[in-house]
Design a protein around this ligand. Structure first.
Ligand code: SAM
Length: 216
């Protein structure tokens, strides 16, 4: 209701294009890319369980799923017109290297579109601050300027992710040679808030950061 609608609006025309999905999960995006005209989609993921699901649920002749760490992406052996990644890059320890590696596996004129947890979220230990009526009125951020590993509890305890400042992220992309085309910190539509009223909290701070960039 928030990240996916915003991402979908920024996906370019994929007719005849080759696509790489970094952290493809169960392959739903690769499936959609091929159905939107992509000639070939490659999905990589660190989780063999996710890839097993992808091969079972979203299997098409034009899709190849590869068990690979995004840290090794420069060894993938192909070049792509479009690189996509949804909610994965906050698990990368070295975003400067990742940006350089992605740039190296893209064709000239290719585009990168990714989302990640917003730096306000990766820098928060305690999340929303609620008033006496139980209504969220603020959000707590701590150690924003200290980039590095953070541990969170999300479905399971001790999930490791990496906080980076907004400027770290932009500078890594520019340093790799990308031109930033669009930045989005999505807020919910009126309809989304009607269906899920808790989404009103998204106007206090963004949860996601979405960036579209081009290899010139
Ligand atoms: C929040 S899920 C998103 C999945 C998918 N992109 C989607 O939108 O449905 C994060 C995914 O990133 C994968 N992942 C985490 N660290 C990774 C790494 N270092 N290299 C490749 N994939 C990774 C996880 O296995 C998981 O499938």
């Amino acid at each position: 209701m928030l990240e996916q609608p915003a991402m979908k609006k920024l996906i370019p025309d994929l007719s005849g294009k080759t696509v790489l999905d970094i952290g493809c999960g169960y392959g739903n995006n690769c499936f959609d890319f091929v159905n939107s005209g992509a000639e070939k989609a490659v999905g990589i993921d660190l989780s063999e369980k996710m890839l097993a699901l992808a091969k079972e649920k979203n299997n098409l002749p034009e899709i190849t799923y590869i068990h690979m760490n995004m840290a090794d992406i420069k060894n993938i052996g192909s070049r792509f017109d479009f690189v996509y990644s949804s909610l994965v890059f906050h698990y990368s320890e070295d975003f400067n290297k990742l940006a350089d590696d992605i740039f190296s596996v893209m064709k000239k004129g290719g585009e990168l579109l990714f989302s990640q947890e917003h730096p306000f979220v990766t820098a928060s230990d305690n999340g929303y601050i609620y008033n006496e009526d139980g209504k969220a009125e603020a959000y707590s951020v701590s150690g924003y300027s200290e980039s590095g590993k953070r541990t969170a509890n999300w479905f399971v305890d001790g999930v490791e992710k990496y906080h980076r400042t907004f400027s770290d992220i932009i500078n890594a992309l520019c340093g790799a040679g990308f031109i930033i085309e669009h930045i989005c910190e999505p807020t919910p539509s009126d309809d989304a808030v009607k269906i899920r009223p808790g989404l009103i909290k998204e106007f206090i701070k963004p949860t996601f950061l979405i960036i579209k960039a081009k290899k010139p």
